[in-house]
Design a protein around this ligand. Structure first.
Ligand code: SER
Length: 544
């Protein structure tokens, strides 16, 4: 069955079972603790907690999802950044028996055979899910038969997305060697401090990757041979399989991110879009793809999704322009880097590192062009550089009396308040803090109105009045990003970073220092608002 048909069959099946078809939510979630929508349940989070759902107590959707944590994994047989998740949801509408039966019946209806299922084996806090196992047994699945396995918390417990939220044990369905469907029983709420409390309502949240379902239904070796990928990947002629998969995945992801109005930049979501495009281009070079090649691929992506996601074709021109501009820009940088690689008399690891720093050439790409002598030096330089930037950041912010920790904390509050009042497109583009004032540059198209300035000031002053604790924590850079901490990507981050959070309101990777509580700050006032380049505004603010 082709993918459009599978998606439609899924809707039809659940609509007949009284589920309301709900359109996919945006890839940009309202929850500030996550960068992108990563699961179908996110838009339904409040209804699992008891808020009245405008869709009734049963819903079905096909959700656009993007998982940044998987960027480096792409290239194998199953990882993707962008994917679609089919899901049915219940907020007190049914229990385990019906949830499992619905999943089984749907797969039967499209003739997909289940190889085996997994069920949660329990741990010291949560009991073994015998109930689900008993239900599966009625359908012919059991431990004795070898088609039901009990697994632990890593495999059969899901959630929450972001800092807190619904979560619970799962039962998962496997077909042709891949996990295709995750059926989650949202029985708990996971608090920020990671304790679980039972939810009053029994929630069901299921997620089935459309790409994987298509692979199984179309009986092809991997997701990359399905109709969702073939038209893209078949245009990429050179290179190895891994490169072709990476290019295809990244172009798909880039199209969907650009459709949300994201522009390539060096921070946050814009940085992810830039990273996808530049990574696709680099792999294109490794695959000997000549010239600029992204546009025809992006056009194929749009063609594939124009029926299911009309916003993609509606934004076609914008999407293609964004991709074309970034490709041209990066092409020039790469050309300069290429010349440098060819002409330097002695291409050592040190030189390769400088080229990487200046032109964004990763070592593997440089090595495709010319042999690098003493390549270990590349990694040594990389490590040294990270250490320097760490101590550099400390000494810059550390002393000299030139820098005010109070204004530094105020700057974090300002950043969060701007995102709250103006929208999540606000990203830090630069900042400069002295003992007198903070100066903050951020992405925003229009001049701020007086009313907006007032609202931002009020919000910051409210947070000062609330005397919130400024929490400081060390973690790896990956963990920090996963936890939703904002990062200013112009800096190079060391492996371990410090994350400062202000009580659910602000969370940023930052070298510090900060005050201990917001109550120490005094009164916050914005003294100037002006332009600082195209699409960038600049604020100056003081504490009185
Ligand atoms: N929330 C679960 C997942 O993302 C099921 O939808 O896998």
């Amino acid at each position: 069955m082709n993918s459009d048909k599978l998606r439609q069959e899924f809707f039809n099946f659940f609509e007949k079972k009284k589920h309301k078809i709900v359109p996919s939510s945006s890839l940009l979630p309202s929850d500030p603790s996550v960068l992108f929508t990563t699961a179908g349940m996110q838009q339904f989070k409040p209804y699992f907690l008891g808020e009245k759902s405008p869709h009734g107590n049963k819903a079905v959707s096909s959700q656009k999802c993007f998982r940044t944590s998987d960027i480096e994994e792409v290239g194998d047989e199953r990882h993707l950044t962008f994917f679609e998740m089919l899901g049915n949801f219940s907020f007190g509408g049914y229990g385990k028996e019906e949830a499992i039966k619905l999943a089984k019946d749907f797969l039967d209806s499209i003739k997909v055979k289940i190889d085996y299922v997994t069920v949660f084996c329990g741990n010291k806090d949560i009991k073994k899910d015998e109930e689900s196992a008993n239900i599966w047994e009625k359908f012919g699945f059991s431990e004795e038969k070898g088609n039901l396995k009990f697994c632990g918390i890593d495999d059969n417990f899901w959630g929450p997305t972001g800092d807190e939220g619904p979560c619970g044990p799962t039962t998962e369905i496997y077909s042709q060697g891949v996990e295709i469907w995750n059926v989650v029983f949202n029985q708990y709420y996971c608090e920020k401090n990671k304790t679980l409390r039972p939810l009053p309502l029994f929630g069901v949240d299921t997620g089935m990757g459309l790409e994987r379902l298509a692979k199984v239904s179309q009986d092809v070796p991997t997701i990359f041979e399905t109709d969702l990928f073939l038209p893209i990947i078949s245009q990429i002629t050179g290179g190895d399989e891994k490169a072709r998969r990476i290019i295809a995945d990244h172009v798909r992801g880039a199209v969907f991110l650009a459709a949300e109005g994201i522009l390539p930049s060096n921070v946050e979501r814009g940085y992810i879009l830039r990273r996808l495009l530049r990574r696709a281009i680099r792999y294109g070079k490794l695959s000997a793809l000549g010239g600029q090649f992204l546009i025809p691929l992006a056009e194929s992506v749009i063609e594939i999704y124009k029926g299911a996601y009309p916003e993609i074709s509606a934004k076609k021109d914008d999407i293609l322009t964004v991709i074309k501009n970034e490709e041209e820009k990066f092409e020039k940088t790469l050309d300069r880097g290429l010349k440098e690689i060819q002409k330097v008399p002695n291409l050592t690891g040190e030189v390769a590192f400088r080229i990487y720093e200046t032109y964004g050439f990763p070592l593997e790409l440089t090595e495709e062009i010319r042999k690098v002598e003493n390549r270990e030096a590349f990694f040594l330089m990389q490590k040294k550089h990270q250490e320097i930037s760490r101590t550099g950041a400390q000494s810059k912010f550390g002393g000299g009396g030139e820098f005010s920790p109070k204004l530094h904390t105020a700057t974090h509050l300002l950043h969060a308040a701007l995102r709250d009042i103006l929208g999540k497109h606000v990203q830090q583009m630069g900042s400069d803090i002295t003992s007198e004032r903070t100066r903050f540059d951020f992405s925003h198209q229009q001049k701020m109105t007086e009313d907006e300035i007032k609202k931002v000031e009020e919000l910051v002053n409210q947070k000062i009045k609330d005397d919130l604790e400024v929490d400081k924590r060390e973690m790896t850079h990956g963990e920090a990003l996963k936890s939703g901490a904002l990062a200013f990507f112009k800096e190079k981050y060391p492996e371990r970073v410090t994350v400062y959070s202000i009580n659910g309101f602000s969370k940023e990777i930052c070298a510090g220092p900060h005050v201990k509580r917001t109550g120490e700050l005094g009164h916050f006032k914005i003294v100037k608002e002006e332009s600082s380049g195209a699409g960038i505004r600049r604020l100056r603010a003081v504490l009185e």
